[in-house]
Design a protein around this ligand. Structure first.
Ligand SMILES: N[C@@H](CCC(=O)N[C@@H](CS)C(=O)NCC(=O)O)C(=O)O
Length: 205
């Protein structure tokens, strides 16, 4: 059975959601953040040297990095290609892969800069300029790709929507999507899916 090491308040929630969408049996091990630093604590560091989440175990396999975990879970459980195109459909598979890796690879970093600047209360002109420009670039890009579609790759929900929902919801928490009605509607749509609601119920005690 898959074991998900789940650190509360963060991107691991989107892995619980994925397991629920795949209707996979899994065990959830929940970890709490240090209330002062908001970082993971030693219990999670004992699981994996990075001390970060999500991490899954499947028998002898221990896997970190959200996009790698998603790819593994799709290979193993999405045999009917409900959540991603098959590799034989090479161009659509390549497009899917681009949107799967984009949130962690490009969108998260400027959002993190914004979050750290806000938390520190210390202005930093160069970092602020960089992160504001990059956040706008990426939110514009996501909104453009969405257009009038329901989901990031068109009318069907796909596994690329987990990571996109994560970064858009983080942007929302940081007050960055007020001028993007389509991103607000997108979040309403993805985060009201029954599998996400089940994930919340299971992961938030
Ligand atoms: N690139 C990794 C990032 C993992 C990560 O940074 N996770 C955060 C949770 S949102 C974490 O565990 N932070 C705790 C810490 O670094 O102390 C992924 O895609 O999963």
């Amino acid at each position: 059975m898959i074991i998900l090491h789940h650190l509360r308040i963060g991107r691991s929630m989107f892995m619980v959601w994925q397991l629920e969408e795949l209707a996979v049996e899994y065990e959830l091990k929940v970890y709490h953040r240090d209330p002062a630093s908001f970082r993971a604590q030693d219990d999670l560091k004992a699981v994996h040297p990075l001390g970060k989440s999500p991490v899954i175990e499947d028998g002898d396999l221990m896997l970190s990095e959200s996009s790698a975990i998603t790819t593994y879970l799709l290979e193993k459980f999405d045999t009917e290609h409900r959540l991603a195109p098959p590799r034989s459909d090479l161009q659509n598979w390549a497009r899917f892969t681009q949107w799967l890796h984009y949130p962690e690879g490009s969108v998260f970093t400027p959002l993190l800069f914004n979050m750290l600047l806000t938390r520190s209360g210390q202005p930093h002109e160069a970092i602020e300029l960089f992160s504001n420009n990059e956040i706008k670039l990426h939110l514009d890009n996501i909104a453009r790709q969405l257009g009038d579609s329901d989901f990031i790759l068109g009318e069907s929900f796909s596994a690329a929507d987990f990571g996109i929902s994560y970064v858009v919801s983080l942007a929302k928490r940081l007050g960055q999507i007020d001028t993007y009605p389509s991103l607000n509607e997108y979040l309403d749509r993805t985060l009201s899916r029954p599998a996400y609601l089940r994930a919340i119920e299971r992961a938030v005690e």
